[in-house]
Design a binder for this molecule. Sequence first.
Ligand SMILES: C[S@@+](CC[C@H](N)C(=O)[O-])C[C@H]1O[C@@H](n2cnc3c(N)ncnc32)[C@H](O)[C@@H]1O
Length: 246
Amino acid sequence: MQQNIYDNDTFFENFRGLRSDEINFNEVIESPIITAMLPDLKGRKILDIGCGMGQHAMQYSKAGAASVLGIDISEKMLAFAKENNSADNIAYRRLAFEDLEKIDERFDLITSSLAFDYSEDFGKLMKEIYALLDDGGYLVFSTSHPISTAYDGVYDRYTRTEDGVRLYANLHNYGIEGERHFKWVVEDYEVYHRMISTLINCIAGAGFVIEECRESKVPDDILAKYPDRFGGVVHQPDFIFFRCRK
Ligand SMILES: C[S@@+](CC[C@H](N)C(=O)[O-])C[C@H]1O[C@@H](n2cnc3c(N)ncnc32)[C@H](O)[C@@H]1O
């Protein structure tokens, strides 16, 4: 089911607060890894899917992209992006990734950061992205790791010592795919859980070659400085990343 939680006032305000915090999962973990996996951006025609507040679009623009089209379902996210992350070579458009067939351009790089968690039909999404790429083009994306989405919110994510120290990450129904609901920013946050093999088979089934896969890891200095904040990531990678080639 298509959802647009980022236009919910409470969710948007809370997410904006989290995202603008200097030490947040996006800046400290997601962004450095996806950046390291990107091809040279100079002269590229880029589509950023689920562009949110436009931080990545601005990064790609500054790195020399010929053009960046950022699409997102949320009006509030796009309004923030237009106000704070605009440049001559960036365009923003309100469009859901379920409607990619409405795009009549082709790209040589398609990126997406943490938006595919909300895709019900990941196989269809991969096929539609493949069709939007030039031959030899890249898809580089991150999504929540299947180990992280194998969770249902009714128990602690971790088995802990009596003092609360995280000993193990818990998995719930890893093999049962589909909608998952838990508390994150709002009481009822919804994502889709998929097994790792499903991610890989949907990517390959669309025709892509997977060139690289990474799992999130917190830099040692950040972990030492903020053990409470990022300590769980040692047990459980929050994000998974793929670089795929057409
Ligand atoms: C976690 S945010 C990430 C935003 C941005 N990529 C970043 O790295 O900061 C997820 C984004 O996906 C967008 N999104 C969710 N469902 C979508 C859909 N069906 N089509 C397009 N965008 C969607 C949300 O509105 C939100 O902006």
